[in-house]
Design a protein around this ligand. Sequence first.
Ligand SMILES: [Ca+2]
Length: 402
Amino acid sequence: MSTTARRPSLPSALYLALALLGVGTLAHHPARAQEGNPTVGVMQPFLGDPDVERFIDEMVAKHGFDAATLHRDFALTAPNKAVLKAIAPPTRVEQRSWVRYRERFVNVRRVSSGLAFMAEHARELVEAQAQYGVPKEIIAAIIGVETEYGQNPGRFKVFEALATLAFRYPPRAPFFRSELEQFLLLARENGMDDLAVKGSYAGAIGIPQFMPSSQRRYAVDFDGNGQIDLRGSSRDAIGSVAAFLAAHGWQRDEGIAIPVQIADAQAQALVDEGIRPQRTLAELTERGVILPSPQTNSGTVWDRKAALVDLVSPEAPTQYWLGFDNFFVITRYNRSSFYAMSVFQLAEALREAKVDGVPVTARVVSDGRSTGTRTVPAAAKATGWHQPASKSDSRGKRHAAG
Ligand SMILES: [Ca+2]
């Protein structure tokens, strides 16, 4: 189900509008919040708003919530202008740049702190990889892109953010109203104070930035303490990222993406077909995609399906890649090819302990201060990325039914 899988997050802010709307260009963005409902001012209090009253009635009737408690929550909460500002499309249309986007995530700092994260959580990463078939570097890279390994889980009150978007942002009101409903259920199930939980301006929560519906549907109690805690438990976060990708069709030991070239401009038509792999390598090469030589020598891959992805930068030549099913699965976390490629390349950098060929060592960062460097023994080598799965696979217990 598409909306539950949408993964807006602070680091992906540029593409949030795209992710939420599921459209190809910002130009399609509907009217701003202020224009959507002339009878309700953006800053009008929630309490007394007929839409809010209706929502409260529904939560009482459908889920047995206490009306007085919900009235109190909305009375203590005001629409947040910063949330509306964050979600609004940019007023100035800037051309997207893969080169600039990549620099934010595939850099020495994020690889270095990622190696430290992987060393600290080596055991749970290996266990998640064995259980769900998702390479540990991919798990770490998603957490690295989303929150810089848990350092930046978001500073907005989730209830306030979701209420603002549900009742003061008409373009996505149904989606965020549903997420607010899911959030209240999540808070009740986990004994969380719904007014205290913090997250992104779009209501994504914790180390892996799960939307409430995704947390309820896909997250797992990977440390086995009887509670799913994506804010405090790195282990739950690691297991939940792997479970999410597995539930969306991650294929163990399969490739993710390969760089290609195109013979001529007509290959652009392949890009326009979208990011879901639909054509075999044989078809793609007939239509002008030029594979790197090792693939062309492999006799068995011609019926594999892939999608042609273009990574455009105004300041550099367009890079072309073929994304396989696993690349598509990463876009279920956040619907952007820039996002998925950043995750893939950050994962590769973690695996090699190198950025653009230059070796990187682990650096532990806490409270924004470096606490020194240390070498991570074999952290990047024990991956099994392209190799057959290890024996530990037989221990797999699947928490994430598809
Ligand atoms: Ca737990």
